[in-house]
Design a protein. Sequence first.
Length: 225
Amino acid sequence: MELPEDTIMTGDHSQWDDNSNIRSFTKHDIERITGNYSIPIGKGGFGEVFKGFIDDYDRDVVAVKRYIHTDLRKEFMEEVSIHSKINHKNVVKFIGYSTGENTLMLVTEFISNGNLEDALHKSDISISLDTRLGIAIGCAEALSYMHSMHLSVDLDSLVYHGDIKPANILLNDSLTAKVSNFGLSRHLSGGITRCTNTVKVWITWILYIFTLGGLPERVMSIVLG
């Protein structure tokens, strides 16, 4: 499913995209959901993340990522296009987006225990060896699913995350891994790597070795992302 720029401008009210179950939110919707951005939960070079609630009963909790650099519309659309096709228990669920003249925002499910990097180094959460192995396996399964998406959805090329690291792996209440942040994800076709923000030449070499039968799929999932 392609989401060209001229088809995602927000209307007078939120609606479900005709080609998927992805929701389009207006600026007013986002302000209501986030309580005028009253609960910040993260910040980075891309912008800020806020906690929000879809309904009035605080049941459907979401995370809203607001981009600072609204000139990165092409990269934003790439993230929306890829993430909206992914449906896996170890990938953060994509709910919708909001876009306008000076607005680029993504809405995803809210993951309660933050990211793996903080859990390992800055948190009082105790993660057993078995749980750590479960997190690693969950990530590998999510990546393997992404790598084979072209077999089951409307894609003519492979999809790789391109930026797998502890900071991009979120943990839910049961410490289940949820892969997030698809800003560097790309379709790979014909062994060519396209990463607009980071040039990762080593990926091309890994792909070359893999095409010669040098790496099994699970290793490919972990090394390449």
